[in-house]
Design a binder for this molecule. Structure first.
Ligand code: ADE
Ligand code: MG
Length: 234
């Protein structure tokens, strides 16, 4: 069953089997072993490398969206980790998967969001795009990503859906970092125009316990070794 953390912000009950399954699989890495300088970097690979967890996530979301009185017409995924889960459910639901990407990665005539910031700063603030016409005023969309952090990316998706006249049914993520207040940011944006958009996350940061740490203890070598070094260790 779902728990409402704050208005229009839902998560799985802490005692549900699916919560336990995801928590058991998730690995995080400290800055020394991760691509960004954040205290606990949640590795989506620990989920994708676990087909049983992938199936559970797929089945849960497919069931969930089939049960909506007005089911989604499109799944929209954020580059790049939203691409891992969006198509998994879109194909089962028999609806299009729409790619939200940076302008220099998307083809066609595009709509672009305002610039947004992330938990880890990129060199330039980012702008998200979709192809003009990929969704329209008759579309009911679900936005997908692996992690909801500051909400900057989610907000860009909400802008793109709004500018297309589409209805956002839900913003879904595997993990919500509640302390970064991404849902609050989205809900309070511009006088609360998105205040009633539901967010759903399977787990929050409390699932990333010390036991979930993937760091290699006492490792002092380089983080990336060459293929020839790897070969010589075989
Ligand atoms: N995106 C933003 N913050 C993140 C984190 N801590 N782990 C994984 N992805 C993220
Ligand atoms: Mg992301």
């Amino acid at each position: 069953a779902l728990v409402e953390i704050t208005p229009y912000n839902y998560t799985l009950a802490r005692n549900s089997p699916l919560h336990a399954q995801i928590q058991k699989a998730y690995r995080w890495y400290s800055p020394k072993f991760s691509p960004h300088d954040v205290p606990r970097f949640a590795d989506v690979g620990s989920i994708t490398e676990n087909p049983l967890v992938m199936r559970s996530i797929r089945d849960f979301l497919v069931q969930r969206y089939k049960s909506f009185p007005q089911p989604p017409t499109h799944i929209m995924g954020f580059d790049a980790r939203g691409f891992l889960f969006g198509p998994l459910i879109a194909v089962e639901l028999g609806i299009p998967f729409v790619l939200m990407r940076k302008a220099n990665k998307n083809a066609g005539v595009l709509i672009k969001s305002e610039p947004y910031e992330k938990e880890y700063k990129e060199v330039e603030p980012e702008v998200m795009t979709i192809r003009l016409g990929s969704i329209d005023k008759n579309s009911r969309v679900v936005l997908v990503d692996d992690v909801l952090a500051t909400g900057g990316t989610a907000l860009s998706g909400l802008q793109l859906a709004e500018a297309s006249g589409a209805t956002v049914l839900e913003v879904v993520s595997l993990l919500q970092l509640t302390f970064l207040k991404g849902v609050e940011l989205s809900h309070s944006y511009r006088n609360g125009r998105y205040s009633k958009i539901p967010f759903f996350s399977f787990v929050d940061e409390t699932a990333l316990t010390d036991e979930n740490c993937g760091d290699l203890l006492n490792y002092t070598g380089k983080r990336a070794i060459s293929c020839s070094e790897a070969l010589s260790k075989l």
